[in-house]
Design a protein around this ligand. Sequence first.
Ligand code: PGA
Length: 236
Amino acid sequence: MEKIIVANWKMNGSREFVMEFFKNFNNNTANQIIFCPPTLYINTVKEYVSLIGGQDCSVHNSGAFTGEISASMLVDVGCRYVIVGHSERRQYYQDSNEIVRAKAEQAINSGLIPIICIGESQEIRHSNKAIEYVVEQLSASVPLNKHANYLVAYEPIWAIGTGLTATSDDIIEMHNAIYKALPNPTTPILYGGSVNKDNAYTILSLPAVSGVLVGGASLRSQDLNHIVAFSEQAML
Ligand code: PGA
């Protein structure tokens, strides 16, 4: 099965960074690599690769919403995807499940494929309620239309940017619970949270994992080259 890689650059980079990055990035794989740079650099990244995603979008389509970027604007500059509900948005910008659902629906209505992020905190994981919590968060965040096309990214909050990753058993257990809760069981489910060149092969080899959402390691072109190479081996 084809594996999907999402490179989430978050609020990092510059025009010079983009040029340096693509000098060393090998862009020849059958797998899908979706680059999500800061909105201002989408055009610069587009000179090198074709699959681009936004990191967030507004719940509105246009109007007096200073500082916001709409899903239709992302389409206009060539995006095919958009991340919604990233835990940093949920935590620092109060994106509730309701807002995440509205963003996902706005994205779909504009012609984008949303990548809907869900995941539990350390506290919830320790209280043995992770599955219950994530399944509930999922049901409240996905579009109401059962035929909607989207990806899900399971990203345990305690694993993001910490160097900690969920064990293979925990990933399998959670992804299977997510598959069961989804209206369409063929919806791809990605794993995210400290994916790097050392753990990518193990994670990508799991049949329950359709791909990975990579933050920190996706800013280093050589590391991303390794992850892409592993995604090819994992398909064999
Ligand atoms: P990380 O970030 O790979 O740096 O942990 C993943 C994410 O937040 O999407």
